[in-house]
Design a protein around this ligand. Structure first.
Ligand SMILES: Cc1ncc(COP(=O)(O)O)c(C=O)c1O
Length: 387
């Protein structure tokens, strides 16, 4: 038998791969499942991006390895966008790198900054890649327990003094996957003060910053005026419905960004250049261009909130991001509810435990499908959850 590394054998499968397998098993049995489990857009990518991809892909000059940190025109377009959106000036030469999706960068960044055994704080519930990446880099993941009573913001003041001193890096993610919580200046200001005091690296995952109903979400970089210790990750996936294109970026402190480029250079090359040109086209879209996308997610969230209200299911009242974070009825586990919703209602959601132990008692609905599918899923859920 082929021999697999013990660490890989022991590794749990990525939760979304497991859910996809369950869905496939239902489909093989002839059932049609409405999949609200993964945060994948159902909207098309912008025409401007598709056109740029088509035109650039016809030019043989773009068919070769790109520079490891991405082409300068993309890095310049990113710097312009960051300035327009957050009022932060970044140097496109040293403070930005293109990524093959932000997941790639988030997974590799701990390899660039952690020494064996270094502690790194991550949110629980949170995007499952964070603790896996910290561990893979030889670091020690330390969960920050998020709770509804704190609006799903980390309670930085509650972190014990010893932990604060041990910590090398902290990861935050607002608007949050899975809760949809957002953070304001008070939180980011406190984060920066603590990071300075205890010499932390701040990793801010801002993948959902353009999906919001009210005030635009903020960036951690706004609160680190000299870019001493912050790296922020952005994605084309959610804003521009370009999940399959694999394009994102990291920006912030030049030493940290260049360390990431060094690690990446051993493991991959930059994204296909026509995709990078498509990214430039996407970044030139205006707020007015993005308004229908924002409305799509706001309407889907509103529709699903109504269904949850009708079913008497409490949820966190998210105003940003793709997701609704809802309570599992008493007597069921998150996994149990997910299985029953799939078996009995043919709706696939994500059990809260996919995002860490604090996700027990919760499930996540991705408000990403066509409104007709969302309406049908809402109807099935509003019949009351299986007891
Ligand atoms: C919080 C968060 N960060 C990062 C990503 C990765 O996005 P991508 O690799 O498509 O840029 C995701 C994807 O779901 C996410 O939810």
């Amino acid at each position: 038998m082929a021999r697999i590394a013990q660490a890989v054998t022991a590794q749990v499968a990525y939760p979304f791969a497991t859910l996809a397998a369950k869905k496939r098993a239902m489909e093989v049995r002839g059932h049609t499942v409405i999949d609200l489990s993964i945060g994948d857009a159902s909207l098309p990518a912008p025409d401007a991006a598709v056109t740029a991809l088509r035109e650039r892909s016809l030019l043989a000059a773009h068919h070769h390895y790109s520079s490891y940190n991405g082409i300068l025109p993309l890095r310049r377009a990113i710097a312009d966008w960051i300035d327009r959106r957050f009022g932060v000036a970044i140097d496109p030469e040293r403070e930005v790198t293109a990524l093959m999706g932000s997941k790639e960068g988030l997974f590799r960044f701990p390899q660039a900054v952690l020494d064996p055994g270094d502690a790194a704080l991550h949110p629980d519930p949170g995007y499952p890649v964070y603790p896996l990446a910290i561990r893979d880099a030889g670091g020690r993941p330390v969960a920050m327990d998020l709770s509804e009573k704190n609006g799903f913001l980390p309670d930085l003041g509650a972190i014990p003094e010893k932990t604060r001193r041990d910590v090398r890096m902290i990861i935050v993610n607002f608007p949050s996957n899975p809760t949809g919580a957002t953070a304001g200046p008070a939180f980011y200001g406190e984060l920066y003060r603590m990071a300075v005091r205890y010499d932390w690296i701040v990793v801010s995952d801002n993948a959902y910053c353009e999906i919001y109903d009210g005030a635009p979400p903020r960036a951690a970089l706004e609160f680190d005026p000299k870019h001493e210790r912050t790296v922020e990750f952005f994605s084309f996936s959610k804003t521009y419905s370009m999940t399959g294109w694999r394009l994102g970026w990291a920006c912030g402190n030049a030493d940290l960004v260049q360390a990431l480029v060094k690690v990446k250079g051993l493991q991959d090359s930059a994204p296909f250049e026509p995709v990078q040109f498509a990214g430039i086209a996407a970044l030139s879209l205006s707020d007015a261009d993005l308004a229908p996308t924002r409305r799509f997610y706001a309407d889907n969230r509103a529709l699903m909130k109504k269904a949850l209200d009708a079913a008497g299911i409490p949820y966190f009242d998210a105003q940003a991001g793709f997701y609704l974070w809802a309570r599992v009825p008493a007597g069921l586990s998150a996994a149990g509810l997910t299985d029953r919703l799939l078996e009995e209602r043919r709706v696939l959601v994500t059990p809260g435990t996919a995002f860490g132990p604090n996700g027990e008692g919760w499930f996540r609905i991705a408000a990403t499908r066509h409104p007709d599918e969302m309406t049908e899923a809402a109807r099935r859920i509003s019949q009351g959850l299986p007891a």
